[in-house]
Design a protein around this ligand. Structure first.
Ligand SMILES: O=C(O)C(=O)C[C@]1(C(=O)O)C=C[C@@H](O)C=C1
Length: 94
């Protein structure tokens, strides 16, 4: 027998996931644009200071909402790795 409350919660999760994925895609599009700027100015893809500052933001904003700092670091690492890959792939296509 299906549980209507469970079904409602799952639909809500699917809706939130769509938003989350759209936000990730938007962020990676911005990263590709940054990659193009770096290419024009011969800057490195990996920017340790900026990456550390962004990671701190993830942990600060996440923990303020009750999320674990370690989880936020994992999320940042995954997104940052893809962001750097997109910028490097672009360079390698040239
Ligand atoms: O700010 C930049 O320079 C970016 O390219 C963005 C970004 C990120 O995705 O957060 C990616 C690579 C850098 O190491 C730092 C940050």
């Amino acid at each position: 027998m299906s549980d209507p409350i469970l079904e409602t919660l799952r639909r809500e999760i699917d809706r939130v996931d769509r938003e989350l994925i759209a936000c990730i895609a938007r962020r990676l599009t911005l990263s590709a644009e940054i990659g193009a700027r770096k290419q024009a100015t011969s800057e490195s893809v990996y920017q340790p200071q900026r990456a550390a500052a962004v990671q701190e933001n993830y942990v600060r904003l996440g923990t303020a909402l009750g999320l674990r700092g370690e989880f936020m670091q994992d999320v940042f690492r995954a997104i940052h790795a893809e962001s750097c890959k997109i910028q490097r792939d672009r360079l390698n296509r040239l």
